[in-house]
Design a protein around this ligand. Structure first.
Ligand SMILES: Nc1nc2c(ncn2[C@@H]2O[C@H](COP(=O)(O)OP(=O)(O)OP(=O)(O)O)[C@@H](O)[C@H]2O)c(=O)[nH]1
Ligand SMILES: [Mg+2]
Length: 369
């Protein structure tokens, strides 16, 4: 079994040196990030995407890169429209167990295993922007859905109790709150505009009183199946000629994705070109591991541009909310304004009526004379 030193020695004699070394550095960085003092709970990473884009294959690839060995933990499909994954399947500590790890990976990561992110592999929904899906996203992001919950169960609750009832029926837990949303898109499928719209509208929602976003998450985009881009030799993909797309097509697709997510300037950081271990690939490719390790590192970074960590109870109590007396004062002011408008309108109407009546009387009187 290879140790860290063996890999460094071996890599001096092979032309894969940089990527293998970079992978070890990435593992070491991940181990360091496990001990970030500003996090109480591990990150919760939610994979969202239409069926067959490769979310489950991503999970298996992350497991391989962290363990050093491939395990098929998430059920993958054949890329058909009907979903293979039927639950909001949670992979606590990225789905890896200490006893499954190869010695080198274990050496580096074992002290921080419990702090690795939880990955939620959601059943792929179609390209839809519906109220029921929005509600499922809300309760998932808000920490109301416990690991392993079936999507069908949530949909049945919606049918029975109505859309909008889930938050009242389910328990919220800080541990389950989503911190990173990863929108997974395949470069071989059409762009899911409605699903993107659905995600955007949920993420834009804010709390009426504090004005803060309800779901303060970082959003990343993963474009899968990059190995199907013509002439990619790094990933040892054995795809048929007719399955491939050209580099130009891929870049066009990537730009479209960046435009939709308004990240044109930050493509490097937020948009990831992904390749998974799937049938037809070798079972050990440091370039594929490199993508997955880089991804895990990103998922463990503090949220950019925001104070991080869930607020403590005291901090939450001090959050700048609009005080209740101000809300009541504002409501009272509005009511007064409404009433005075109503009074003005009524007075005007009565005066007009009196004038008309007087005119009619006058007419009648003058006729009689
Ligand atoms: N060539 C290639 N094929 C991939 C890649 N990732 C996934 N696939 C294939 O795409 C198909 C669907 O993959 P899944 O991981 O089951 O997709 P999913 O998004 O989990 O699908 P649902 O669970 O149905 O929502 C499988 O046949 C995978 O082998 C990749 O990076 N390259
Ligand atoms: Mg799946």
């Amino acid at each position: 079994m290879a140790s860290v030193q063996d890999v460094f020695n071996e890599s001096n004699t092979t032309d894969t040196k940089p990527v293998k070394e970079r992978n070890i550095e990435a593992l070491i960085n991940i181990a360091k990030l496990c001990h970030r003092p500003d996090r109480t709970y591990p990150e919760v990473v939610f994979l969202l995407g239409t069926p067959g884009v490769g979310k489950s294959a991503m999970v298996n690839t992350i497991v391989k890169a962290l363990c050093g060995k491939y395990y098929s933990k998430a059920v993958t499909g054949k890329g058909h429209a009907s979903t293979k994954t039927l639950t909001l399947q949670s992979f606590v500590q990225c789905g890896i167990k200490e006893y499954e790890m190869e010695p080198m990976e274990k050496d580096i990561l074992k002290k921080g295993l419990s702090k690795l992110p939880t990955i939620i592999d959601a059943a792929g929904k179609g390209d839809v922007d519906s109220e029921d899906l929005k509600e499922i996203l809300r309760v998932s992001f808000g920490g109301f859905v416990s690991p392993g919950t079936s999507i069908q169960f949530l949909e049945d609750l919606q049918t029975k109790h109505g859309i909008g009832s889930l938050e009242d029926l389910l328990e919220c837990s800080d541990e389950n709150k989503v911190t990173k949303v990863v929108f997974v898109i395949s470069c071989k499928q059409s762009f899911p505009e409605k699903l993107v719209e659905c995600l955007h509208s949920v993420l834009q929602e804010y709390d009426d009183r504090s004005g803060k976003l309800k779901y303060p998450v970082d959003v990343f985009i993963v474009i899968t199946k990059y190995d199907l881009v013509k002439d990619q030799s790094l990933y040892e993909a054995y795809s048929k000629e007719d399955e491939c797309i050209t580099e130009e097509c891929f870049e066009e697709f990537e730009t479209k994705v960046a435009n939709h997510f308004s990240i044109e300037g930050a493509k490097e950081n937020n948009c990831i070109r992904w390749v998974s271990y799937v049938d037809g690939h070798g079972s050990d490719n440091p370039h594929i591991d490199n993508i997955a390790l880089g991804f895990v590192e990103k998922m463990m970074q503090p949220r950019r541009g925001h104070d991080y960590g869930r607020p403590s109870k005291e901090a939450a109590a001090n959050m700048p909310v609009v005080p209740m007396n101000k809300i009541l004062k504002l409501k009272a002011k509005k009511k007064m304004a409404e009433m005075s408008r109503e009074v003005d309108w009524k007075c005007g109407f009565i005066c007009a009526l009196v004038v008309v009546l007087l005119a009619v009387f006058y007419k009648l009187l003058t006729k009689g004379i």
